[in-house]
Design a protein around this ligand. Structure first.
Ligand SMILES: Nc1ncnc2c1ncn2[C@@H]1O[C@H](COP(=O)(O)OP(=O)(O)OP(=O)(O)O)[C@@H](O)[C@H]1O
Length: 259
């Protein structure tokens, strides 16, 4: 498989009230086309900082991120926007990531409205109509057309996250970053959302970066897993090697905590 995303030696520090926090330290990784890479680590391990860097929402102190060979941090303006559309994100909290004042269908259509030239093959039969497109995306994530004209507060947390996923897949991105996508949900709903994400990833052939503090969830989603601690990668392995004796002590602690 070809490399889709290459991260080379990324460093990011924050200065806060006189002290220096090394949020991301010497992180390198690769994601192949269609692959799901999981990143697991406790709160403060640097996962959100890494997400912001991969979305080019923040600049690193040093290091590079290449998407299909193009260096994200060297792009500006229109070129950055065009490249960034290939990376979409589903955040932890769908309540704050959806505009409360927009009906569901308008929120779903925001990315496609911003990129009218994008015509994903799975929307070919409906792209001529914004409402039909929104209805199709809703159906793909297990909601009904009846949800289209509702507002976020009229949906459950799980339904809101389905809407965020519909929006995330709408441009048929090459990479979907899922940043703690199930952490704000009831346990019973978490599994449904994980299975939805996995089936969307397989169906659309997208790569996925699945970030969570929950190693059990990461294992369900991912082909390979990276373990972060205090900004550094301390372990990485194929998902089926999670229980292997070669695992780092810290990985074992994370596994023990959910067993
Ligand atoms: N804007 C900021 N200013 C100062 N320090 C920051 C900032 N953002 C993050 N940090 C610090 O960087 C470190 C990594 O934080 P980050 O949010 O990336 O970790 P995380 O693994 O995503 O944790 P969480 O799951 O709690 O969000 C933490 O020590 C955090 O306090």
């Amino acid at each position: 498989m070809n490399d889709l995303l290459i991260v080379n030696r990324l460093f990011k520090t924050y200065r806060e009230s006189g002290s220096i926090v090394s949020a991301v330290q010497d992180v390198s990784l690769r994601i192949s086309e269609g692959e799901c890479l999981g990143i697991v680590g406790e709160s403060g391990s640097g996962k959100s900082t890494l997400t912001r860097l991969l979305l080019a929402l923040d600049q690193p102190d040093s290091g590079e991120v290449l998407l299909n060979g193009t260096s994200l941090f060297e792009l500006k303006g229109r070129a950055l926007r065009e490249t960034r559309k290939h990376i979409q994100v589903v955040f932890q909290d769908p309540t704050s990531s959806l505009n409360q004042r927009l009906p569901i269908w308008r929120s779903i259509m925001e990315p496609l409205d911003n990129f009218p030239d994008v015509k994903p093959s799975f929307l070919a039969d409906v792209r001529h109509s914004r409402r039909d497109t929104a209805a199709k995306l809703l159906e793909m994530v297990g909601l009904q057309a009846a949800h289209m004209d509702r507002y976020p507060h009229e949906l459950s947390g799980g339904q809101r996250q389905r809407v965020a996923i519909a929006r995330g897949i709408s441009l048929s991105p090459k990479l979907l970053i899922c940043d703690e996508p199930t952490s704000s949900l009831d346990v019973s709903v978490q599994t449904q959302i994980l299975h939805l994400l996995k089936s969307m990833q397989t169906k659309l052939g997208m790569a996925c970066l699945f970030i969570s503090h929950d190693i059990a969830a990461v294992r369900i989603m991912s082909d390979r897993i990276i373990v972060m601690k205090a900004g550094r990668i301390v372990d990485q392995f194929a998902s089926d090697q999670m229980m292997s004796e070669d695992r780092h002590e810290y990985t074992r602690q994370l596994v023990a905590a959910v067993s």
